[in-house]
Design a binder for this molecule. Sequence first.
Ligand code: ADP
Length: 513
Amino acid sequence: MKSALLSPFQQTISAFRSAIASASWSDYAFAVLAVGAAFLIYAAFGRVFAYSLDLLCLLAVLIAALRGGLAPGLLATVIAVAAGLAVELRQNEPFVEAHVRAAMVFVLGVVGAIGGENRKRLSRTAQLAGDDIREREAHLQSILDTVPNAMIVIDEKGTIERFSRTAEETFGYDRSETIGRNVRMLMPPPYVNQHDRYLADYLRTGVRRVIGVGREVEGLRKDGSVFPMELSIGEVRMGPQRMFTGFARDLSKLRDAEARQRQLQQELAHVWRLNSLGEFASTIAHEVNQPLAALSNYLRGARSLALDATPPNPRLIDALSRAGDQALRAGEIIRRTRSFLRREGTDIRSEKLDILLREVEALTEMLAKDRNIRVVYPADPPDARVMADKVQVQQVLLNLLRNAFDALQLHEGRKEVRISVAPAPQEMLLVKVEDSGPGVSPDMLDRLFQPMSTTRAAGMGLGLSISRTIIEDHGGRLWHESSPLGGAAFCLTLRAATNEGDDKSGGADGLHH
Ligand code: ADP
């Protein structure tokens, strides 16, 4: 605006000033050196052909002008003209011809200097524009990088133009690996084909099917894993060019949490069903108990009658006493089942380990036989006594045995479970249940005792966590090792009871009822 008000002369002066200011001292030094070099070459080779000095001088001027612009170009011109004239006059060139040639070099030198200045300005403008573009680019990228969702910009052909930092995190690619490639690389089948179709249809018909609509699709990470994501696509027009922006939100964590919640609900329903079943069984046990007691009384009465009868019938009396014994036994089984189902408070007392183990053996014998599993109990019935709530500790042992049986069920090769007892430090006894199965799978190792951790389809993953709670309630520990038999070894410690009198209920602190 300002320059429009100036006269052409003033404009020229101001342009000349800015040309002088824009050249550095090194540009002037270069101009002098360039002309010096031209004369040196001329001195070395002499007059090779007519005008060789003039041409060399013009070349030096052009080089100086291209590097430094107008002012260095003019400086080079003036030096070249003056020195050239001096040299040619000394060589006795005709006076007029020397001056005409000097004038030609001057004119061509000035034109070359102006041309050099123009080129310099153009390249400076281009550089400034380039800097500006780079600055804008950096600014835009920094904005993109703050967008919390993954953002991808593609052109009409699906070529990726931009890829935000969150997109890098979400898809696992570095930006440089995606720019210039087709966006299909981020989609698993069948979305790849759908995408091409959507894009082609939209470009052909202009009918929007996915633009502006958020929908759930799947993304493909660099490592090949597929994940759910919410994708919304927008359209931007930049002049004749059309771009599409995709905002993707990784839904995998959300979906995991939902799946976990669903699983927990199912497990809760399962626990609830088991609980209801327990109550139901307890009620039945209660109901059956009454007729059993009556049956036992009738049998005792019948036996008295049989004893009084003449002549006495010893076989009848024997049968009636056996029937009475069985009725009592049935009652006892029901009593135990009810106390087990009711999960009455812990009753920790001195128990003979041998008896405790034998009862477990009786309960698992059939199961082991069914599955062809050899169960080895301590050869020497241990005389030891432990402080235990018998029903609870038996429940733990049953669970460990059942897990071992499960591990062995599909196992090829030797099927053996070994139970051993050994003294442990601090007056404890160590009971080990180990098997020759495949061992605990590596991904289970660090969550073995966590509730709901299971590899069995029908498993609840509660057995080990409940078992550990029970053993810790007893003041002992339950842990896992690998067994020399090849499979898993579960070790538990229980406080040893010193003698039969040591049966104060509840040895472990604060757990007595
Ligand atoms: P559940 O039996 O319901 O699965 P547990 O807590 O008893 O629950 O067991 C959890 C998991 O520990 C099992 O699913 C299994 O993967 C693993 N496990 C337990 N005992 C053994 C064993 N003896 N050998 C191999 N894996 C075992």
